[in-house]
Design a binder for this molecule. Sequence first.
Ligand SMILES: Nc1ncnc2c1ncn2[C@@H]1O[C@H](COP(=O)(O)OP(=O)(O)O)[C@@H](O)[C@H]1O
Ligand SMILES: O=C(CO)[C@@H](O)[C@@H](O)COP(=O)(O)O
Length: 578
Amino acid sequence: MTPQPDPPGSPPTGPPGSPPDRRPDACTVGVDFGTLSARALVVRVRDGAELGSAVHTYRNGVIDRSLPGSDTPLPPDWALQDPRDWREALRTAVPEALAAAGIAPSQVIGIGTDFTSCTVLPTTADGVPLAEQPAWADRPHSWPKLWKHHAAQDQADRINALAHRRGEPWIRRYGGRISAEWQYAKALQVLEEDPQLYAACSRWIEAADWIVWQLTGTESRNTCTAGYKGIHQDGAYPSSDFLAGLHPDFADFPATRLDHPLLPLGNRAGTVSVEAAALTGLRPGTPVAVGNVDAHVTGPAAGAVENGHLLAIMGTSTCHVVNSDELADVPGVCGVVDGGIVAGAYGYEAGQSGVGDIFAWWLRQGVPDDYRAAAEAAGEDLHEHLSRLSAEQPVGAHGLVALDWMNGNRSTLVDHRLSGVLAGLTLDTRPEDVYRALLEATAFGTRVIVETLEEHGVPVTEFIAAGGLKKNPLLMRIYADVLRRPVSLAISDQGPALGSAIHAAVAAGAYPDVRAAAARMGGVERNAHLPDPDSADVYDELYAEYRALHDHFGTGGDLLLHRLRRLRNRARAQGTMR
Ligand SMILES: Nc1ncnc2c1ncn2[C@@H]1O[C@H](COP(=O)(O)OP(=O)(O)O)[C@@H](O)[C@H]1O
Ligand SMILES: O=C(CO)[C@@H](O)[C@@H](O)COP(=O)(O)O
């Protein structure tokens, strides 16, 4: 389809406060900024029909070896991104999605965005990324730190130790541990490793809010990232006394670099600026929703806004989000935030830092050429091929059990020095056996999270899967069996982008709130995969073995994985190549 020009006399897009646009063909645009790409989706507001989409793959992707244009290696566990990639996504994917949908910009009554999180960057007071300033661009700490930047574990450990020593009440809202992935650990790392750059940073901002700044021309901040990743609880950030205990120059970190009025999800952050209109093809004045996180934004798209409906957004990593009317202390959850997913409920988030990434690693490293050729001959991608080969074996037949910690453990151990373990290998073990054991390991990791939530007062009444992995029926069957409960599936294949479009509809005034918009625009296929009791019985046995390994390596039985990580980092730092 070709983009449609605005017809003469198209209704103007209203300023804040103007009456909602209720034309039957009104659409919103949702843009989901993922780990490797961003996707724009055009959605009809009255019924959630997905009319067109476009994907922009980031040129620099995940920057974890060296800065673009440089040969100097980055230290271990770093992961950065390039803000130019994100802007480029607005420039290309939004107009391409409008063109694919065949609609005119005047039909677009709002735009919403979501981002990976905690993906965070230092900027000037005007929101210019320090990575884009010639004076700073060659300093690694000037670049946005991607959610999976795991090099701030030392800082996270010290934040946690001090919080417990001082009895800080907020630490309980983060399952007792702030993750190395979150805002404070990453900012403290910048301060300690590049104090000059830290001094030059006027704003420390989630990419979720920065992208909205690009659209509206003014800074805004959302309650979701501030709560989950920015330690904003009960109206306050951690005290300057506490922060001074970490580093004297950190005492004013929130006051100087974070503080800004916070807007709840579904609110309007502003409207598309003249510059952003030129970039995206949208009309100036189009309402823009406040920033949101890719996981939390998906709840309304997947019929997961009621208390107890746990939504697993399963892709590169998995986030688990669930609402409850109770405020409970749950060890090892990422956080609980009042209204963090939808207004009027406590939103809990937990997660696994590696899921699809682990399967992708095995496909890259563990699959020989004859398998690749067989997959090609069968017209399957390697995921489909190994899934089919391993689907028919009886549960447990591979004799393996694995720990899913190849990108650390986000919940419930909150430890990014942990790494993967694969037990039970023999000379008979085949690539599809390992693949299946890795699928199962991620299901066991999810079971730990679900059991921990339930044991600590957060009921889980339904398990709903969204994200790229829901299309793997073997994986979904394994989750149903391991969890011994039905797995429901989000109907949309574009959960986060649809969720952003739903928030845009609310921000534009087309619906009174996110729940009302979700009821019309989102959808779920209930009980799509049912557990098989016999398989579930064997999985109970395997899960017991997983728990034994988990506790041995994860809760202090044996610090082998930490020691190996230390040895690795020392060797890499010394450049020992004998
Ligand atoms: N059929 C499949 N089975 C299992 N994993 C898959 C399959 N297809 C893709 N993946 C994995 O899904 C991940 C991408 O998920 P997706 O939801 O598309 O991305 P993101 O999490 O970045 O939004 C990759 O890590 C890839 O290895
Ligand atoms: O942690 C969060 C959200 O809190 C995610 O953004 C992060 O795990 C990345 O998600 P993806 O795996 O890229 O979908």
